[in-house]
Design a protein around this ligand. Structure first.
Ligand code: ZN
Length: 421
């Protein structure tokens, strides 16, 4: 009996429902991959070099297109959307950071304590699937493993996993893959390799594999380092397909160079600009801020502004929207509708900047010297459209949906319900 047949016999196909979406999984391994920071250009460049044969097969046999991510186009926002199937307005995670006006505190939002929706992962586990979640960065594990009865660990801490807390005892040893450095290609490749091993060993049949965007922050798509990285990823896609998996792949956000013509970072310090123009009374929050700032200096293309004097909001909004490099400014009501934000976790204004521009707070809040020589980042509208790949042919209904306005957080729905069985 082949490995694949063996798993088919043991895989649960009970339907389940979560956040209003019904899932009817096939008796095959289901694997959803979030290729962190993968603008579609990375796939195109590597395909052009004939270095992603398995992606090519998936695109020809299944589906390859684009989908719209959630805003802000940040990692934890979109990972939360992908695993819940809903927008930030519903799941509540609108960044790494927010200002709690009631408590007058700037609060980290990267724990499941702030999540307002159940996950597809936990629901699949409750329906009898063997769920495995592997993330590159430890910071995401808490949200992804919310109420999960299954395996969940990070590449970063793979040598420290415990059966009681991670569903697997010393993952590094059991899977036979060394714990990688977090700022490396291996941090992402570890995640894919761990996914392959979990299926091979019969430990999981429903996987979410979330990579890290260190490589995309550091290299443009034509760099040999990037081509080699995508080629190595593709080898793991091939192994997943060999194991009979249905694979859905998307990204949390794209990535763009945020520099001037001379290559130096193109930054607008919004709190400084506002204070110079209107005087004190502004607090700018950069929701990209997190403990891992080496590759982006806490600079992205999306900030929120808290305005002390509420009577000035309209005037400030108008002025900001006219500044070069700023592309969109919304008041709270518009941000809730157009940007799908949770009203209580954004400020009075939401500000987005151009494809080559980032927005920050004040020069003192950002350490530009910590960057690796250049600035590639995300967070705004220009990193919103991401690749959307399904390994198997779509049903007519889902093919129609793919031609409309599919979202990256529909990826579980497409992978599970949208493929021809
Ligand atoms: Zn990301």
């Amino acid at each position: 009996m082949s490995v694949f047949k063996f798993f088919q016999m043991n895989i649960q196909t009970n339907p389940f429902e979560v956040n209003g979406i019904r899932f009817t999984p096939a008796a095959r391994p289901i694997v959803v991959i979030c290729i962190d920071g993968s603008a579609d250009e990375y796939l195109d460049a590597t395909l052009l070099h004939d270095r992603m044969p398995n992606l090519k097969t998936m695109a020809l046999h299944g589906y390859r297109g684009m989908a719209r991510g959630a805003l802000p186009s940040f990692t934890n926002v979109n990972n939360s959307s992908i695993v819940t199937g809903v927008s930030p307005a519903v799941h509540g995670i609108s960044g790494n950071f927010f200002y709690d006006a009631a408590k007058d505190q700037e609060v980290m939002m990267n724990s499941s304590e702030y999540l307002r929706a159940d996950t597809i992962l936990a629901a699949a586990a409750n329906a009898g699937r063997k769920v495995g979640v592997v993330t590159a960065k430890e910071k995401l594990r808490d949200i992804l493993s919310y109420k999960l009865n299954g395996i969940a660990f990070s590449a970063e801490k793979a040598n420290l996993t415990k059966q009681e807390t991670h569903g697997i005892e010393n993952a590094e040893q059991i899977l036979g893959i060394p714990t990688p450095a977090i700022y490396s290609a291996d941090a992402s490749l570890f995640v894919l390799r761990a996914g392959v091993k979990l299926i091979e060993k019969g430990m999981a049949d429903f996987l979410y594999l979330s990579l890290t965007d260190y490589m995309q922050h550091t290299y443009a798509q034509e760099a040999e380092e990037s081509l080699a990285f995508y080629e190595a990823m593709d080898a793991e896609f091939g192994k997943l397909l060999q194991l009979g998996a249905i694979v859905g792949a998307t990204a949390d956000h794209g990535m763009n160079a945020k520099v001037k013509a001379d290559g130096t970072p193109h930054v607008l310090f919004v709190e400084t600009m506002l204070t110079e123009k209107f005087g004190p009374g502004f607090r700018v929050i950069c929701p990209i801020t997190d403990p891992y700032v080496k590759h982006h200096g806490a600079l992205g293309s999306y900030v929120v502004v808290h305005v002390t004097d509420k009577s000035k909001i309209e005037e400030v909004k108008k002025w900001l929207s006219l500044q070069p490099g700023i592309t969109e400014v919304y008041d709270q009501e518009a941000a809730v509708r157009i940007l799908e934000q949770p009203a209580d976790r954004i400020g009075d204004l939401v500000v987005l900047s151009g494809r080559d521009v980032v927005v920050g707070r004040t020069p003192a809040h950002h350490d530009l010297k910590a960057l690796d020589g250049t600035l590639r980042s995300h967070g705004g509208r220009y990193e919103e459209m991401v690749p959307f790949i399904i390994s198997h042919p779509l049903t007519n209904q889902y093919r129609m949906r793919a031609g409309g306005d599919p979202r990256n957080f529909d990826v579980f729905d497409f992978t599970i319900n949208g493929t021809q069985k």
